[in-house]
Design a protein around this ligand. Structure first.
Ligand SMILES: [Fe+2]
Length: 252
């Protein structure tokens, strides 16, 4: 990706990781050989973990799920998104642990959604204050009884930094956009998404053995670059349960 900075490297310390991800979205810890169980135990220090219904758990570490290209006949598809936004309390901090790193390709890409909000015109900032998006599930089979859709503020205030960001995911999962006055503005979803991909501050992690990658899903979108991967790419993922997203309230 052109113009994307490398993700900042931080020490393997919870305070340093949390500080970097809440303010700048993403942080990487290099060359840290730990077990899947220890990785998940460390992640639990950031809060209660959650597991997305329909994902494949890691054997022996059932709070984490498997992300891999092994056994696939075609490269996985990945577009910029934030995960599991269709539930009332979407994940906050996520961790990915390198298991098998490909010889080439397979970077994880990020778009900073604080900067996406800052890019809105003053008119749009006013228009979208208090607006909500209906997030819906797609692409996986949720288990019976699990949540499949939820309204969340488009302009989200981060509880730890107090900063505003756009809270979007792939348009396939953004079912509707409703303004404060009740007007439907769903036709703006694609534009908002494209703007936030094309113009927001970007960063990327080119995977090395024993990398631990952490990011804040409340203020970033991410994607995997599967375009020219050579070799096995296997990662273990754990997610911390976040709070119900907070935004401006509409005067009614
Ligand atoms: Fe994801």
């Amino acid at each position: 990706m052109t113009g994307a900075r490398d993700v900042k490297q931080v020490p393997f310390a919870a305070d340093a990781i949390r500080d970097e991800v809440v303010h700048h979205g993403v942080a990487v810890v290099r060359n840290t050989p730990i077990s899947a169980q220890d990785f998940i135990a460390f992640l639990r220090g950031f809060g209660e973990l959650m597991f997305t219904a329909g994902e494949t758990p890691v054997q022996g570490s059932e709070d984490s799920n498997l992300v891999t290209n092994v056994g696939r006949t075609a490269p996985p598809k990945s577009v910029f998104h934030s995960d599991t936004t269709y539930v009332s309390r979407p994940p906050s901090i996520t961790g990915l642990m390198a298991v098998d790193v490909p010889q080439k390709g397979g970077a994880t890409l990020f778009r900073d959604q604080y900067s996406a909000y800052d890019l809105l015109s003053l008119e749009d900032k006013s228009l979208f204050e208090g607006a909500e998006i209906l997030h819906g599930v797609s692409g996986i089979e949720p288990t019976e009884g699990s949540e499949t859709e939820c309204w969340h503020p488009l302009v989200r205030t981060h509880l730890e930094t107090g900063r505003k960001s756009l809270f979007l995911t792939t348009p396939a999962r953004c079912v509707a956009l409703r303004l404060c006055d009740g007007e439907d503005a769903s036709d703006r979803i694609a534009d908002l998404y494209e703007m936030s991909i094309a113009r927001a501050t970007s960063s990327m992690n080119i995977w090395s053995a024993w990398d631990l990658l952490f990011w804040d899903k409340r203020c970033t979108m991410h994607a995997a670059d599967h375009s020219a991967v050579i070799g096995d790419r296997t990662l273990y993922r754990g997610m911390v349960q976040g709070e119900a997203p907070v935004g401006a309230r509409c005067d009614v």
